[in-house]
Structures are given as C-alpha cells and as structure tokens.
Design a protein around this ligand. Structure first.
Ligand SMILES: [Zn+2]
Length: 569
C-alpha cells in the first residue's frame, strides 16, 4: 500500500468513525429523549381508563345517547388535563350528523313459490334494514334471483350480474368471495378476503345495479362471525350518515338470511343450497332466477341526531400544519332493553381499550421536553360499530387537510393476552409505514407479521379504511399472536373464543385478569412510529400497485399546485 492510499484509508476510517459515532450518538439522544415518554405508558393506567369507559355507568357508549355524553365529556376532560389543545378550532368536538332508522321488529319476509309460500321471522330467520330515510319501504312480489357472490370484479374477470337486469328485483348472494370458497391462492386473493367479499361492497354493488333488495346468506366461517353478531348489528336503531339524497340511491331493503332460512328459500325454488353454492364459486357461473317472489314491509321510526368525534391536538414545534393521526373509536352498542339478563354492551375490549390507548399515547407525547416537529392528533371517532360512520365523516370532512395528513394509525382492541414475539399489522405490505413499524418492532426484538386471519377482511372493518379510501396512508396494528410463553396456537385459540363468546355481546366486559403488558409494548412501539413520523420530513406513500396510491398522488399534486411550489418531499 502506498502512502497516498494510506492517507485515503485513514481519512476513510476517520469519516466512518465520525459518521458511526454521530449516528449512534443521535440514536442515544433519541432513546434518552423518549425515555420518560415511553416509561409513562403503563398497564395500570390503561386498565383504569378501560374500566371507566366500559363501566355500566357509560351505558355501552351508543352514539347520541347519555352514554355518549359521558364518554366524550370524559375524553375532553382527560385531554384537557394532559394539556392538549382543542383539535377543531376552539372545540374538542367535530359534530357528525346522523340519521337513526329503527325498523319495527314485527316485520316478516314472505317468499312465494309456485304453489306454497314460506314466511320468515325477523331477527331469528332474517334481518333487514333500509338506509333510505323513509318511514316505510317495501318489497312487493319482487322477483328473486341468486347472483352468486354479487361481485363485479373486472381485474379477476368476474361478473355475477352478467346479462342480468335486477331492477326492482330481490337479489340473494353469498358472503365473502370465490377465492375464500375455493381456498385457491391464485383465485381472487385466496383465503385473504378482498373488498368484494365484504357485505358493504355487496350492498353498494346491488344499489348500482338498481336492485330493490339484497339479502346475503349468512355463514359463520366466511362471514367471520356468528349469526348473533348480525342480529346485534342489524336490529334496533341503525345509524347512518345523512347523504344529500337521503340515501335514496341505496336499495330499498338490505338484509341477511340465516343459513337455515336460505336453505328453505332454495328448496322452495327446487334447488339445493350446497350445490348452488359450489357452482357460484366456479368460473363461468351464471345467475339463477329462483322463480320466487319476495314481499316485505319495513315500518321505520326516523330520528336525526348529532354525534361527535373527539379531536385533541398536540401542536408540532416546527411543522405544526402537518399531522400524524392516532385514532380509535369510542362508541359501542349501548343498551338493548329487549335482552334478558345483562342488557349493556360494555365494549371493554372493543373499544374501551383502544380509547384508553389514545389517552395513554397523549400522555406519553406530553412527557417529551419539546413537542415533535409535526403535530399529533388524537381522534376518538363515533359510530364505528354502525358502519365506520365517524371515521367516514372525518375522512370526507377532514379538520386537517388530507394532503397535510402524513399518516393515520388506528387502534381497535388492545392485546389482552400478554407479551408477544411479533406484532400484527392489518394492512402490512400496503404502505411505506411498514418500515417505521419494522424498525420500532426490531428494537423490541419483535417481528412484524401480516394479519394471521386475512379471511376476516379486517382491513375493511375498522376506522383506518375510510382514511385509506381518501389516500391517507393508514395502518391498523393489532397486537401480535406469537405469545412469548405460550406460542401462536394458544393466542389464536383465545381470540377465536373471544369472537365466539364475547365479540359484540354484553359479556365484552373488563376483566382484571387481562395481561396488558403486551399492550404496553405495542403502545411504546406505536409511540415511536408516530414520533418518528412526526420528526421525519418525508411523506410516506402507498406502495406501487396498491389501489389507494393514485388518490394520494393526486391529492399531493393538487396541494402542491395550490401552493404553487414543487411537490412536497
Ligand atoms: Zn366492534
């Protein structure tokens, strides 16, 4: 080695030393800076707030009920105590206008066959509702047709409505999608539910086709929950956002058929349900006119109410107009006086825990000596259980412009089973937020995994989804499943048991035996993710090829054009 290269090598090592020394020092500084914040996240606090929010006193936290008053007042008080600012002008609230439609439960569904007719009981055998703001909606001798999965998906070369005119007719469809039915990974998304598998899509498509009514056949496995969840969710007061057309573009009747009722319907049509179901998952399936006529009248009481999203703000120190949103839904199902025994849906896990997490994260951010560069928004939304209403309203009436909203992190039900070796991210692989989560998980010695039960369509089932539809990078990290002591099967079995026994039932109550230590890990992780997003000038985007990216790119470009500058970083 000559002298020149010796010098070059020395300089190289010197630089390496400086760089390495500097960056490890910067890391140390961050770790030190975050220490008191991370330490403030505690299982005891989470348990205490969860207990308050899920107490009988809060009456199950139904939107526009005395339970709402108590819930939003509690949240405002906690955010104020922590020194946060009102997030919506001088208010902690964003009003969400809703319509509440309650159908008379004496309704019966009559299905007329050639000679005889069958009649089905509301609640036990079918449920039905209308989103139309009308006191009475009817199906009168409406021709029934079976349209497979009720899907039009050009990218999968699939059209269940091909050659079919369903105007004025009543369509019967299956839940989930043909990929789930066949478990073929090359077909739709295989076991992973596509949006086409969600009931919300099926009603949207039937409305576009002009159907008078749509009934989905309920099956527990492809729906991901038992009939009881459908009953709780679809009977009693139904909340909806008020659209300009009073939702007249929706089908008159939207409902579900219990599997046994569906079997009877197909039998009346001279068909066997299982055979028809198998046929519906095969390419080339053709819709089947059932030769039956459906009649049903729903008598509704209609009430217009206002509910509230709670918005609290920690103002950023250098880029206060750019925001990171942590969100969780505060609402649950309230009280059902028709139930025997316990009538209060306490919603302790779903989602008093997530709401408590917002308070805990807010406290952690307040423990920082200096607020992060960007602002942090704590958004507790209403009406999630009734169809993502509060988050849909916020996403379409954003307080902070969508182009200034860096990311949304949704928390819906904390991990109550203890420490996990992994962290589950619903929406993993979709956006550049993955890298932030991976880094923070690695620091805890944890791995990041996608949703272990993608067949449940979780990405479409909580409040990040309306944000994703508006192009805002959004994730839903939800604990993990690989328990440090007991492993994966143990956790999955407990989760299954919760879904079967307690999910959306009055028995979702606070349990002092919950192990919230894993939730503390998760919130420390999410704190770091939010903090780094708030310090990093970058705007993470959706990954190439995802359906949400075009919207984000257009939004950012429009914002750049408005501001007359180059696109934001
Ligand atoms: Zn829920």
């Amino acid at each position: 080695m000559n002298q020149k290269s010796m010098v070059a090598l020395s300089i190289f090592f010197l630089c390496l030393f400086i760089c390495f020394g500097y960056s490890s020092c910067a890391r140390e500084t961050e770790a030190k800076r975050l220490e008191p914040a991370l330490a403030s996240i505690a299982a005891g606090d989470l348990a205490a707030d969860t207990q308050i929010l899920s107490s009988d006193e809060f009456e199950g936290r139904a939107p526009a009920s005395p339970g709402e008053e108590k819930t939003v007042a509690f949240l405002e008080q906690e955010f104020r105590k922590l020194g946060l600012e009102p997030g919506n002008g001088d208010s902690f609230f964003q009003e969400v206008p809703m319509v509440v439609i309650t159908a008379d439960p004496s309704a019966r569904l009559e299905v007329k066959a050639h000679r005889k007719s069958v009649s089905f009981a509301y609640n036990e055998e079918f449920v039905a509702a209308t989103m139309r703001v009308m006191e009475e909606v009817s199906l009168v001798d409406s021709e029934m047709v079976f349209a497979g999965y009720g899907i039009i998906a050009p990218e999968y070369n699939w059209n269940d409505y091909e050659g079919l005119d369903v105007r004025g007719k009543t369509v019967v469809v299956l839940i989930n999608d043909p990929g789930f039915a066949t478990q073929d990974p090359a077909f739709f998304s295989g076991r992973t539910m596509t949006y086409y598998g969600r009931w919300t899509y099926k009603y949207e498509e039937a409305a576009r086709q002009g159907a008078a009514g749509l009934f989905i056949v309920h099956e527990t496995e492809p729906a991901a929950y038992p009939w009881g969840v459908v009953q709780n969710g679809w009977t009693g007061p139904q909340f909806n956002l008020v659209a300009d057309d009073d939702n007249m573009s929706r089908c008159a009747v939207e409902g579900w058929l219990h599997l046994e009722a569906a079997r009877q319907v197909f039998k009346a049509a001279g068909l066997e349900f299982d055979a028809v179901k198998t046929a519906a998952a095969r390419p080339g399936f053709k819709p089947i006119p059932l030769g039956l006529k459906a009649s049903l009248t729903l008598h509704n009481t209609i009430e217009k109410v206002t509910s509230r999203n709670v918005v609290a703000l920690l103002l950023g120190s250098r880029r206060p107009d750019e925001v990171i949103i942590y969100m969780a839904h505060w609402d649950h199902f309230g009280i059902n006086p028709a139930l025997e025994g316990d009538q209060i849906f306490n919603g302790a896990l779903d989602n008093a825990t997530g709401t408590a997490a917002l308070i805990e994260l807010a406290e952690a951010f307040q423990r920082l000596k200096r607020p992060p560069d960007r602002s942090i928004v704590f958004l507790a939304v209403t009406g999630e259980e009734q169809g993502l209403i509060g988050s849909e309203y916020y996403a379409t009436h954003p307080v902070f412009p969508t182009s200034k909203t860096v990311a949304a992190i949704n928390i819906d039900a904390l991990n109550i089973y203890g420490p996990m070796k992994d962290v589950t991210v619903v929406g993993y692989g979709l956006s550049e937020l993955d890298a932030y989560i991976e880094a923070a998980a690695k620091e805890q010695g944890r791995t990041v995994n996608p949703d272990p039960t993608p067949e449940k369509g979780s990405y479409f089932r909580s409040d990040h989804f309306p944000f994703a539809k508006q192009g805002i990078p959004a994730v839903y990290p939800s604990g993990g499943v690989d328990h440090v002591e007991h492993g994966r099967e143990w956790t999955l079995a407990l989760k299954e048991e919760y879904t079967a026994e307690h999910y959306h039932k009055p028995s979702d109550e606070f349990d002092p035996n919950w192990d919230l230590s894993g939730a503390v890990d998760d919130l420390r992780l999410l704190f770091k993710v939010g903090y780094r997003l708030a310090m990093d000038p970058a705007f993470p985007n959706w990954k190439e090829g995802t359906e949400y990216r075009a919207k984000r790119d257009a939004d950012m470009a429009a914002s750049a054009a408005r501001n007359g500058g180059p696109s934001p970083r």
